[in-house]
Design a protein around this ligand. Structure first.
Ligand code: HGY
Ligand code: MN
Ligand code: MN
Ligand code: MN
Length: 407
């Protein structure tokens, strides 16, 4: 059996993590920043050195293709190399670099495959700077148009289209022109399940639904000392109230329901002024669409009730809304089969995090392979996966792709 080179994979992960490196061993390469550009340039260089035909599409997705003996739809793997601001070194990067290690292993062994093999990284998977998240893969599958994506702006008003041009990744290729035969994404779990249960491979059956909303609350700034409580129109109070409500709701609903108020900005943000403006985000997720809609409705009702009582105005902006996605059953079985054939322990599970694979399932049979995250930490510089687990996941990817490439 073809074995990939674990040390090379670890070395590539370290080298990519050195770009945008931050205190504590993580990396910050927000989408379309100069750090993202440098990471992209490094990976594109590796793709070319492996002899891949590299294309950059109009939303900045990059795909390297290794020719097959027949001109058929490729077997594609990939993920993302943009990170959140407190990113670890494995989220996304691992799937892309493992894909390149698969190619390197085939090249060294002189193995040809019937189908081409493609390795992709998609633009702005994280959605930390520009929303929606999974933007590049969403455009790739026709989920949103290029102009809508180009118009997305960050907190400083910089637009995706302009930033793509600025970093030199506004490509010519039409997103989605290359329709894969199948797509398999290798990723760290980013949650605690595999680590707690000491299971080596997560056979991912689905991705939970995601609901991102940004609320802008307008109240009245006033003196913190002289303004009696009965006269206040405190925008910050509503934001805090939603945070408490959403958290309590998630506990009450139980199951997979999660709720996060991750970003909050108050104005004027001064100790002695009642805030007249609050801008905050609500991230709600559930594997069950009906339950997710219930959570959305209950949060919205709470906001309306408090806004009325506090006499503040609230404007809601949906930043991302994706229903749960079920992966291709046959491909999921194949992942499980190959993991077990390597005597690796497995368990089937949903993904709590969003991934490019959830978009690719709209285009072709798709599945994901998870490896454990130590203590379930991710979107945290302490994100860690043991070398043996990284190697095991990549070996499953190699074996699944090799089999698919000859179907
Ligand atoms: O938030 C997510 O799950 C994805 O990484 N953007
Ligand atoms: Mn990721
Ligand atoms: Mn992430
Ligand atoms: Mn993700």
């Amino acid at each position: 059996m073809l074995r990939l080179n674990e040390q090379r994979l670890l070395g590539a992960l370290d080298e990519l993590a050195s770009i945008g490196a931050i205190e504590g061993g993580g990396c910050a390469r927000l989408a379309l920043t100069d750090e993202d550009r440098l990471g992209r340039d490094l990976v594109v260089g590796w793709m070319k050195a492996l002899g891949l035909a590299v294309t950059v599409d109009a939303i900045g997705n990059v795909i390297g293709v290794r020719a097959g003996t027949e001109n058929l739809a490729p077997v594609m793997t990939g993920s993302h190399i943009d990170t959140v601001r407190t990113g670890g070194r494995y989220d996304g990067n691992y799937g892309v670099l493992a894909g390149l290690e698969v190619v390197r292993t085939l090249n060294e062994a002189g193995v040809t495959t019937r189908r081409p093999i493609a390795v992709a990284f998609f633009t702005n998977e994280e959605g930390a700077r520009f929303q929606p998240d999974m933007m590049g893969s969403l455009v790739y599958v026709g989920g949103i148009g290029l102009n809508e994506a180009y118009a997305a702006v960050d907190k400083d008003g910089a637009a995706v289209g302009d930033e793509l041009r600025r970093i030199g990744y506004l490509g010519a290729a039409k997103p989605g022109a290359l329709k894969p035969h199948a797509f398999v994404e290798l990723h760290i779990e980013q949650g605690p399940i595999l680590d707690e249960e000491k299971v080596q491979i997560g056979v991912v059956e689905s991705v939970q639904g995601i609901s991102w909303t940004e609320y802008t609350v307008t109240g009245v700034s006033n003196h913190a000392g002289t303004t009696p409580m009965r006269l206040r129109r405190d925008a910050g109070y509503l934001a805090a109230s939603v945070n408490l409500f959403a958290r309590k709701l998630a506990w009450e609903m139980g199951g997979d329901q999660v709720a996060t108020v991750g970003s909050l900005a108050l104005r004027p943000n001064l100790i002695n002024v009642v805030p007249n403006r609050a801008v905050f985000s609500v991230d709600l997720r559930n594997t069950d669409e009906a339950r997710l809609q219930e959570a959305e409705a209950r949060v919205a009702a709470h906001i309306a009730e408090v806004a009325m009582a506090e006499r503040v105005e609230v404007e809601a902006k949906v930043l991302a809304r994706f229903e749960p996605v079920i992966f291709d059953a046959g491909l999921v079985d194949r992942v499980e089969h190959h993991a077990r054939a390597l005597s690796l322990s497995t368990r089937r599970m949903p993904s709590g995090a969003g991934h490019d694979a959830q978009m690719m399932q709209r285009l072709c049979p798709t599945a994901m392979i998870f490896v454990p995250s130590v203590a379930g930490l991710s979107h945290n510089v302490k994100e860690h996966t043991e070398a043996a687990d990284l190697a095991a996941g990549a070996q499953v990817l190699l074996n699944v792709m090799l089999e698919l490439a000859d179907t």
